[in-house]
Design a protein around this ligand. Structure first.
Ligand code: HXC
Length: 511
């Protein structure tokens, strides 16, 4: 009997060694943790239950029959983050470069099915060289099996990907279908085809980092939702994110006891908006002063900075915050900011997370670059996302709400539940100067002084929240210092909100 027990322990020990000491040392030398070390950091202490530790590949070509490593390059299982269940798979670069075989794929698919069935998030840690070259089509089939499960799980359980090493070829499309992608700077990179192929096909010479490094995807392409300095920081931040999310679309997001008084006034907000309408201010200051304990997990902070998206809590209840940022491009809506916010709104709606929207938007970005890039379709994504969302929606207009952007930003007309404005709000078709130059064009040429009077008249008439409030499009004009209290009260009234869209197979959001 003792022998049998020892044999199990010997087998486990061998599996835990992955690709062996030399490769583990190489992994550490690159500043990366191993697949198992990453899981240790991500999950609560001693909560990890590994599954399929003894799975081996079935390939016999190219001498593979003699090269078997238990686990086959991916560590899978479940554990808890602050006591809540999550499923995890972690690619082991020390085993065949973490490449994907048929057996490796089956382990991930099994995990995806369990996460979906049991209503828990799934977190994938990527560090891999793509399809297992020795396996050919078996590997391609494995990828497709994973992609299918990604799609079936989309909107049912949160799916999070963390790119901590190479992530190329087949490996990029699974993360691309998950809800969030985070990357580790300097070690993580992702692209469909690597620098070698790029050089052969296009003659372009680029490094791994220039082609698909964390900065590229977190700032330029928007593929990644955040970039972190190292493995430890990335994993710790994922723990933070999970705390805001429900296990599945069948649950409500987790409420946490708050030590921040719901009635807390914030007098400094009364002077946040400058008297000069063209002067910017930091919308993040408002967010941090309103949410519980100034705890805000920002999503995509480096991409499309003209809109801020992220998670916070109000009265202990998670909310998704969307806010125009006057500090960047005056908070205008353009292609990137519309795409970024639309995806965030849809995530919140899918997972029962109420939306809090702060509005200060001068309109949509004009110009050929935007129009040729399809601003009409991209802007429509945000409009569509807000309109279809049935979660509680609370909106606060702090300053400008001009033109179509007024409609888009969770207006009453798109089923905003509670819409507030600060006294500094200006709700109009456009700014006063632009407006009078159009409607009094002839006068503008002949009598500039009269035009100034017209501008003042327009401002007087429209640069305020009261016209909208008279029509009931704004429920109340509120004092900036009382924003937290008013928003929390509104949120409480919406706790049992019920709203359903007409039955459909699925919608046809402008992609
Ligand atoms: C099998 C692989 C492998 C792969 C790496 N290895 N990639 N084994 N299949 N795809 C093995 C190496 O042989 C090596 O084994 C170990 O992993 C580490 O690899 P190195 O090259 O030494 O590491 P490094 O220098 O850090 O380079 C990492 C890398 C490079 C950039 C990822 O290995 C690489 O370019 N790999 C191939 C990437 C690729 O073209 N994949 C196929 C993509 S096509 P030893 O024994 O020496 O430790 C694809 C199609 C799917 O994925 C499409 C589905 C839709």
């Amino acid at each position: 009997m003792q022998n049998i027990l020892e044999e199990l322990e010997r087998r486990r020990q061998s599996a835990r060694q992955g690709g062996g000491e030399r490769r583990i040392a190489a992994q550490h030398a690159k500043g990366k943790l191993t697949a198992r070390e990453r899981i240790e950091v991500l999950l609560d202490e001693r909560s990890f239950e590994e599954t399929d530790m003894f799975v081996e590949h079935r390939c016999v070509d190219f001498g593979m029959a003699d090269q078997k490593v238990p686990g086959d390059g991916v560590v899978t299982g479940h554990g808890t983050i602050n006591g809540r269940l999550v499923y995890v798979f972690s690619k082991d670069f020390t085993v065949f470069g973490g490449s994907l075989s048929g057996a490796h794929a089956s382990k991930i698919v099994k995990l995806q099915k369990m996460a979906l069935q049991n209503g828990a998030p799934i977190i994938g840690l990527f560090d891999a060289g793509g399809a297992r070259i020795q396996e050919g089509v078996e590997s391609l089939a494995g990828y497709a099996d994973i992609f299918l499960q990604n799609v079936l799980a989309s909107g049912v359980v949160p799916q999070i990907s963390v790119i901590m090493g190479p992530c190329a070829g087949g490996d990029v499309y699974s993360p691309a279908m998950t809800d969030f992608i985070f990357m580790v700077k300097d070690t993580g990179y992702m692209y469909v085809t690597g620098p070698e192929v790029v050089r052969t096909v296009t003659n372009e010479v680029v490094t791994h980092d220039e082609l698909g490094g964390a900065r590229v995807h977190a700032q330029k392409s928007g593929v990644a939702d955040g970039a972190f300095d190292n493995d430890l920081e990335a994993l710790t931040q994922i723990r933070r994110l999970i705390d805001f999310l429900p296990g599945s679309n069948r649950d409500r997001p987790p409420v946490r006891e708050s030590y921040d008084h719901p009635d807390r006034d914030e007098p400094s907000l009364d002077t946040l908006v400058p008297s000069n309408p063209n002067k910017p201010y930091d919308m993040k200051e408002l967010i941090l002063k309103v949410v519980d304990e100034a705890d805000f997990f920002e999503v995509s902070p480096e991409f499309a900075k003209n809109i801020v998206t992220g998670f916070g809590r109000l009265d202990g209840q998670p909310v998704g915050v969307v806010a125009n940022q006057p500090l960047a491009l005056a908070g205008v809506l353009d292609i990137d900011s519309s795409r970024k916010a639309a995806r965030f709104v849809r995530f919140c709606d899918a997972f029962n997370i109420p939306l809090l929207t702060f509005v200060d938007v001068p309109g949509f970005m004009p110009g050929t670059k935007q129009e040729y890039g399809g601003l009409i379709k991209h802007g429509a994504k945000l409009l569509f996302a807000y309109a279809e969302a049935t979660v509680p929606k609370i909106t606060v207009i702090t300053r400008k709400a001009y033109g179509g952007a007024y409609d888009v930003m969770s207006s009453k007309h798109l089923r905003g539940d509670v819409n507030y404005a600060w006294p500094t709000a200006e709700i109009a078709v456009m700014g006063a100067k632009g407006a009078v130059e159009i409607i009094f064009r002839a006068e503008a040429k002949s009598d500039p002084e009269a035009l100034a009077a017209r501008e003042a008249e327009y401002k007087e008439r429209f640069a305020n929240p009261f016209v909208a409030a008279q029509r009931g499009y704004i429920d109340d004009v509120i004092m900036p210092h009382g924003t937290r209290r008013r928003v929390i009260r509104a949120l409480r009234t919406l706790k049992n909100k019920q709203l359903h869209n007409p039955w459909k197979k699925h919608d046809n959001i402008p992609l």
